[in-house]
Design a protein around this ligand. Structure first.
Ligand code: ASP
Length: 461
């Protein structure tokens, strides 16, 4: 008999079926034994008693998290025993036969309880068990649905999904690169991308016009609160679009995602407000204001667009001017003369999407004029020789008919954290690192062998 899922059992009342899964909970009431069986769809109550002696005895010996297969009869529950909290709550399964498919050690923490209170190191070390819990399992499923929704909707809107390389050269997003040694030669290193920024702009020169990618971005940042060394973003780039057209498209994408996948949620304002950087800094003292009316309402989403950021900021520690976002952002047309006279006064065609006090995305209209690009390099203190050796390919590409373009990159981890009302992004990432950037499951980062180092010509002190 083919196996069916817990959620399918209500369609099989009075029939014999086969189910399989994990022993989630055991309740022994003396003459009757109840087992909650868990599969990917949810829970099913199994009932066994001495009237089916062999199966009953067998089930009495199983432990939590054992993997079992059960043949039995689906019966309707009487009205007052219906459990609306589980997918099969209108029925239960009366056991006929039991097969133990595998045993389990006693788990280091309870799988049938929420693990939010369990020590994080332990949760990450046994992540495969942590992910079995109902809350974490739901996060994986919802995340996949959100990503699929983005994929489908963008593909239907004429976007092409393109994979860009993980082994690349340094990308300037303001953090440190992870560098990757190779046997290709002495002092030859790849860098892992901080974002596909340059590739996506080159794809615009290539005529793709509408690009997206579910992109891994790797940044070797100092461990700070909720940062992860790698995060996932919905990377988007478009040609022939104004700033407002880009914002509108992304707003529609997010709104329809929420409507379809989180219908219980509501927006504080619709359409989302556009607020300038100067306005929010003055009014809220932050560029990611929390605009919710009721911060205790788990279903309120206060999205807003923050626009008109300064193009540069002054790094007091290093005494130099830095790009606010990255160096490919286009100044406001009317501010271009200020680049020569007072660059810190220049406003960029730069925007952030914020929600409930978090920055969810950043993006900008890009520079396509090599002369402006060179000016930006010089303002941030990069001499032309260095600029050409690092970004000559961009300057060259822009001389072959680069279309006007811009883009944005909403963070998937933060999006999921907010939608699932979680306090940090580690709760919505399948295999995150700790706050200090370590992976207690795989033991990364870790040492490599002397042979590996020798092959790479690397000496460590
Ligand atoms: N590359 C930017 C980032 O990763 C996003 C963008 O400008 O489109 O934040």
């Amino acid at each position: 008999m083919a196996r069916i899922l817990a959620e399918e059992t209500p369609q099989h009342i009075d029939q014999e079926v086969t189910v399989a899964g994990w022993v989630h909970a055991i309740r022994d009431h003396g003459k009757v034994l109840f087992i909650d069986l868990r599969d990917r769809s949810g829970l099913l109550q199994i009932v066994a008693g001495p009237w089916e002696k062999t199966a009953y005895e067998q089930l009495k010996s199983v432990g939590n998290e054992w993997v079992i297969q059960i043949e039995g009869k689906v019966v309707r529950r009487i009205e007052r025993l219906i459990n609306p909290d589980i997918v099969s709550g209108t029925v239960e399964l009366q056991v006929k036969n039991v097969t133990v498919l595998n045993k389990s050690l006693v788990p280091p923490f309870e799988i049938n309880n929420d693990t939010a209170g369990v020590e994080e190191e332990q949760r990450l070390q046994y992540r495969y068990l942590d992910l079995r819990t109902l809350r974490m399992h739901k996060h994986l499923i919802q995340r996949a649905k959100v990503v699929n929704f983005f994929r489908k909707t963008l593909s239907e809107a004429g976007f092409t999904e393109v994979e860009t390389p993980l082994l690349t050269a340094s990308t300037p997003e303001g953090a440190r690169d992870y560098i990757v040694p190779t046997r290709l030669g002495k002092n030859q290193f790849y860098a892992l991308p901080q974002s596909p920024q340059q590739y996506k702009q080159l794809l615009m020169v290539a005529g793709v016009e509408r690009y997206f990618q579910i992109a891994k971005c790797l940044r070797d940042e100092d461990s700070r609160g909720d940062r992860q060394p790698e995060h996932t973003q919905l990377d988007i780039e478009m040609s022939f679009m104004t700033q407002n057209e880009i914002l509108e498209l992304v707003e529609e994408l997010y709104k329809s995602m929420v409507l379809n996948l989180y219908p219980e949620k509501h927006f504080t304002a619709d359409p989302w407000p556009h607020l300038s950087y100067a306005e929010v800094m003055e009014k809220y003292g932050t560029d990611k204001p929390d605009l919710r009316r009721d911060k205790n309402d788990p279903n309120e989403l206060a999205f807003a667009w923050i626009t008109d950021f300064p193009l540069f900021e002054y790094n007091d520690k290093e005494k130099r001017i830095e790009p606010m976002h990255h160096m490919f952002t286009m100044p406001r047309e009317s501010d271009i003369p200020l680049l020569d006279t007072d660059p810190l006064k220049v406003t960029g065609q730069l925007y952030d999407m914020v929600c409930n006090g978090y920055e969810l995305a950043s993006g900008s209209i890009r520079i396509v004029d090599p002369a402006i690009q060179e000016k930006i390099f010089s303002i941030i203190g990069m001499d032309l020789k260095t600029a050409h050796s690092k970004f000559g390919h961009m300057l060259t590409a822009f001389q072959y008919g680069a279309p006007p373009h811009g883009g944005i990159a909403p963070g998937i981890d933060r999006t999921m954290m907010i939608l699932e009302n979680e306090p940090n992004i580690r709760e919505v990432i399948a295999f995150p690192k700790t706050g200090e950037g370590r992976d207690p499951l795989m033991h990364a980062p870790g040492p490599v062998t002397a042979e590996q180092l020798a092959e790479l010509n690397i000496k460590i002190g």
